[in-house]
Design a protein around this ligand. Sequence first.
Ligand code: HEM
Length: 148
Amino acid sequence: STDQQLIRESWRKVSESPLEHGLVLFARLFDLDPDLLPLFQYNCKKFSTPQECLSSPEFLEHIRKVMLVIDAAVTHLENLHCLEEYLTNLGKKHQAVGVKVESFSTVGESVLYMLEKCHGPAFNLDVREAWTKLYSTVVKTMSSAWEV
Ligand code: HEM
């Protein structure tokens, strides 16, 4: 199959329960980098544990937003540049809330982790590489905000 087919097939199962899979993604992200936790503040309140964050309604909305962006990328695989302006702006918003551009690599690892948990051995090297390419295209566009 082509990369695009591999991505669409592997996204189908995830997109049936985005919140569940998004929780796996973000639980992994906080395991890999607990310093990301304080970036999420709603009404100026910091979470004291990842568990507290992962159960707050505002944060669950962020999870839904992230999954929707990935869903949009999967929908527009053939024509990713139509998301360019949106993703550039999204990058700017993340820079403004204090996200370091390097953290997107940790997010990428967490996305792969979530996909692997979902698919097991079916998530083979070909599928992994297809996702790695897509994710790096998305991040490259979001990252333009950090460039001087
Ligand atoms: C908004 C943090 C990764 C998509 C936000 C906000 C924060 C935040 C603090 C504002 C509050 C909110 O809407 O909940 C982070 C951190 C990340 C991260 C710390 C990882 C290092 C991502 C990724 C995506 C994403 C990978 C999608 C590819 C969004 C969207 C919004 C948002 C769509 C709403 C923007 C708007 O209001 O227009 N993020 N985020 N985030 N984030 Fe993230």
